[in-house]
Design a binder for this molecule. Structure first.
Ligand SMILES: Cc1ncc(COP(=O)(O)O)c(C=O)c1O
Length: 387
């Protein structure tokens, strides 16, 4: 009997190795893996460039305290700020720590400006920002918060797409609006570009901050480095994680110089966040993603994938409701619960995962081959036919 607590509903497969888009199970089966640790392995399994980077750093120095300079982290932060809206970065180890840090940065900014009561964060009801106490109450989802009271204060909510409820929820105490440009766990629901632009305008008018949670949709997944770039807006704070570590736990919060002004020495910290091993892997991930043509290729392969999925949808209009998402953050929304469909895909050696609203999440590595997408389509068609 397993000694692991029962907080996960695990599938009964274990893997002995992976390579690129594929995983090899201990029972000898080969799977096409379009889960990739839920948008984590941005460059697939066992990427040679990442292996080289981690091995090379492991021989030098794994960990030093943030009480010392960490050149690998300086380098990663510089590259992130040069490519984005941000002026400063704080490194963490996970997405939920990154969103927590984002909340702290927003609150501390107003505190440092003499407005300690301006501390409430406005979020989409049933969004997903992680599993710490603050992050679950930021989401406001009953499923995640039940049993974990007392309620963490300081969060207000509005309904996705309900602009009236958004405007009504902003008050004098609101410090920031925090949204995922594409709701991952929520069912690959995309906030349209014009809505993001409106959000920016509202934040400017009310003099509050815009936090865009790019933990799942960022780091090249949509074909741009950040998903919000399609809208042309500039956020104030962006938490990231997942893809930036390519499988190694790395998180970060990116921010403008203006909002970073509250984060003085001692205001925030993390023992492991930004250690040399993590930073070397992060730099190796960026080496690939910043390569000329890399993101263009994500757009190209994802266009093919979306087109093919839409053809399948047209062939099975009673089964598939919608093809959602941008780039390689894809949702195949069924009319009914997708559990059995996902199991059938798995029985055909194709791994996917689910999200809310009857959605199957399809998350290939960013360097997926067109032939691998063609294989996925073939399996999806076969399952649709027999369903
Ligand atoms: C948008 C978003 N924010 C935050 C998180 C939390 O990240 P982690 O699981 O690394 O703590 C996730 C994880 O799925 C996410 O999708």
């Amino acid at each position: 009997m397993s000694s692991l607590a029962k907080n996960y509903n695990r599938r009964k497969i274990a893997f002995k190795r992976g390579k690129g888009s594929f995983l090899y199970s201990t029972s000898g089966k080969k799977y096409l893996d379009f889960v990739q640790g839920i948008a984590v392995n941005s460059l697939g399994h066992a990427n040679p460039h990442l292996i080289k980077a981690i091995n090379s750093q492991a021989k030098k120095v794994w960990h030093v305290s943030n009480a010392f300079l960490i050149p690998e982290g300086e380098k990663l932060a510089k590259r992130l700020t040069q490519k984005t809206f941000a002026d400063y970065v704080i490194f963490q180890n996970s997405g939920t720590e990154a969103t927590e840090a984002a909340i702290k940065v927003a609150r501390k900014y107003f505190y440092s400006k003499g407005k300690p009561n301006k501390n409430r964060i406005l979020c989409v009801k049933n969004s997903f920002h992680g599993r710490t106490i603050a992050a679950i109450f930021a989401s406001g989802s009953k499923k995640m918060t039940d049993g974990f009271g007392p309620k963490a204060g300081g969060f207000d909510h509005f309904k996705f797409g309900d602009h009236k409820s958004l405007k009504k929820a902003i008050n004098k105490k609101t410090a920031a609006i925090m949204v995922e440009p594409i709701m991952g766990e929520g069912g690959i629901k995309v906030i349209p570009d014009w809505c993001l632009r409106e959000l920016r305008k509202i934040c400017n008018k009310k003099k509050i901050l815009l936090i865009l949670d790019e933990v799942q949709c960022g780091i090249g997944r949509t074909g741009k480095f950040f998903a919000y770039e399609y809208s042309g807006v500039k956020p104030d704070i962006v938490p990231v994680a997942k893809g930036i570590g390519g499988g190694f736990p790395v998180g970060a919060v990116l921010m403008t110089k203006k909002v970073a002004s509250g984060m003085v020495a001692g205001s925030h910290g993390s023992t492991f966040g930004g250690n040399p091993l993590a930073m070397s892997v992060g730099n190796a991930v960026l080496d690939q993603i910043f390569k000329k043509g890399f993101l263009k290729n994500v757009k190209k392969t994802s266009k093919y994938f979306h087109n093919e999925l839409n053809k399948v949808k047209n062939d099975y209009p009673e089964l598939i409701k919608e093809v959602r998402g941008v780039g390689l953050l894809i949702g195949l929304q069924l009319f009914n619960d997708p559990t059995k469909f996902i199991k059938k895909l798995q029985d055909n050696n194709f791994l996917t995962t689910r999200a809310a609203e009857n959605t199957i999440r399809i998350l290939p590595p960013l360097n997926v081959k067109k032939s691998e997408i063609a294989t996925a389509i073939k399996i999806i068609k076969k399952v649709c036919k027999n369903f």
